[in-house]
Design a binder for this molecule. Sequence first.
Ligand SMILES: [Zn+2]
Length: 57
Amino acid sequence: MADSLHTRYMAASDTWRAHRKGCEPCQTKQPCETGAPLLERFVRLQDAYLTHLRNRP
Ligand SMILES: [Zn+2]
């Protein structure tokens, strides 16, 4: 489970960063229509992953 969550987190991070790199609105102001869901997914998975790390025995 941890691996798959981490994998999805990394994939979302890569996708968002790759988009932002070539997208001016996403770098400088509000995320664009394409970038917003990518950012949202990245933030959600990051939260889930960090929560998972915190709760690990
Ligand atoms: Zn964008």
